[in-house]
Design a protein around this ligand. Structure first.
Ligand code: GLC
Ligand code: MG
Length: 424
């Protein structure tokens, strides 16, 4: 993962998932898709995306199947007790080793069993360094107090975290989302890769620790839980680097990027007409994000089917270039533009969405680039994904790219049964 970066990342975002990155009240995932296109167009290449979730690996992977979540560089799971790197999620066993001293899961299970108010969570959520329960709010603080007094007798180094007014986790004292982040920052420092800026994002009790790490910016999203707001009022009220956004979830994260001037903060998804757009961004990553947004709108008939729009599209494809469809057939680019014309509006009124993940660019000549990314597309419940490689060139005088060649292959398990439903 760090090989991708040549130096310190300009920005590291460390975000909680449920009700922070993911808005479970937004069935169309609009704010998440806004974040995705912002991240992939401008930040992916040099910056770091870190998720920090209470979920175990099992239900984290489930969430990734349900929601259009980008692939993070690092995944911190089970309330900061498990850290994994990269796409393949290589576990950090050193971190788990660190959590062993003075941790005795058996004693915790034995002692918590004496509290009838504590209802054990599912087996997937019981982890080597995390024991989790449900606990209803009314007298939760008394239960927590009594439990911690009882555990103190055993001289174990544990901490109890209460989140969402429903969940209680018992963890090693050295664990938690804050400690896991501090550990990562120490590792980066040792490699001379400390991010220039870090932004932590959260909504509930187990996120509070993230806001205690020195020198990070923080955003509590507008929909943050009472327990987090109260913690903030009591502990961090005067810290100007922490805001309570006025927008929900991922939109609140975008708001914080702007507020703290942490880099580009206009999501390409918010640009309704790229032709009229005055921000002239010349970057291959931005180019592919922009194209696929246009393409989504074209098929949903949300852009006008004007000659102008169609000419722009045509002129960005090199007619003699080749497109290799994921099922293996080849066609000239010219045919792509014809198909495209025909597909105008075929997804009108449907929940048709496109997002790109893992956009990476390499310059291969003075005027040519290879851009590689996962192109996702969903219509309601169906979801497909192709690893996509595009060869882009530019003419010095023109501030635009030409698409010379496109090659797609299905990502394992995400192929369309009927290949004709996939076009580009
Ligand atoms: C997630 C986990 C759960 C934990 C809660 C609060 O929902 O699945 O086990 O108790 O976060 O940290
Ligand atoms: Mg949350």
């Amino acid at each position: 993962m760090m090989d991708r970066l040549n130096g310190p990342p300009p920005l590291m975002i460390v975000s909680d998932l449920d009700f922070t990155m993911v808005d479970h009240e937004d069935p169309e995932n609009l704010s998440l898709l806004r974040f995705n296109s912002l991240w992939e167009a401008y930040h992916r290449q040099f910056s770091l995306l870190v998720y920090s979730t209470g979920r175990s690996p099992t239900i984290y992977k489930q969430l990734r199947k349900e929601k259009p979540l980008l692939t993070p560089d690092i995944t911190i799971m089970s309330v900061g007790t498990e850290i994994a790197y990269g796409e393949s999620m290589v576990p950090d066993s050193d971190w788990e080793q660190c959590l062993n001293p003075n941790w005795d899961k058996d004693i915790i299970i034995q002692e918590t069993a004496k509290f009838p108010q504590l209802i054990p969570q599912s087996d997937t959520e019981q982890r080597p360094h995390k024991v989790s329960f449900f606990l209803e709010t009314p007298n939760s603080s008394e239960v927590i107090k009594a439990l911690s007094e009882r555990l103190e007798k055993y001289k174990l180094d544990v901490k109890i975290i209460y989140s969402n007014g429903t969940a209680l986790d018992v963890l090693p004292k050295g664990a938690g989302k804050g400690q896991a982040l501090a550990y990562l920052l120490r590792k980066f420092k040792a490699n001379g890769r400390t991010p220039l800026n870090s932004l932590v994002c959260g909504d509930s009790g187990n996120d509070a620790e993230l806001f205690t790490i020195p020198e990070v910016y923080g955003v509590m999203v507008s929909n943050a839980q009472e327990e987090l707001l109260q913690w903030h009022a009591e502990n961090a009220k005067n810290n100007p680097n922490i805001i309570h956004s006025s927008e929900r979830c991922a939109s609140g994260i975008i708001q914080a990027i702007g507020k703290f001037s942490l880099g580009p903060n206009v999501s390409p998804r918010d640009i309704k007409d790229f032709g009229k757009c005055r921000v002239n961004v010349f970057s291959p990553g931005y180019e592919v994000v922009k194209f696929y947004l246009f393409y989504e709108r074209w098929r949903r008939a949300e852009v006008e089917k004007s000659d102008q729009n169609f000419e722009n599209l045509k002129s960005s494809f090199y007619p003699l270039g080749t497109f290799v469809h994921p099922c293996g057939t080849e066609q000239p680019m010219k045919k792509c533009t014809d198909t495209m014309e025909r597909l105008y509006g075929d997804k009108q009124g449907k929940q048709y969405q496109i997002w790109l993940d893992r956009v990476s660019t390499s310059q291969i000549g003075s005027d040519s680039w290879l851009v590689k990314f996962d192109k996702w597309e969903s219509t309601g419940e169906e979801r497909y994904c192709c690893l996509t490689t595009v060869l882009l060139t530019t003419k010095q005088a023109e501030e635009s790219f030409t698409w010379m060649h496109i090659h797609q292959t299905w990502l394992d398990g995400l192929e369309a049964k009927e290949p004709s439903v996939w076009f580009l």
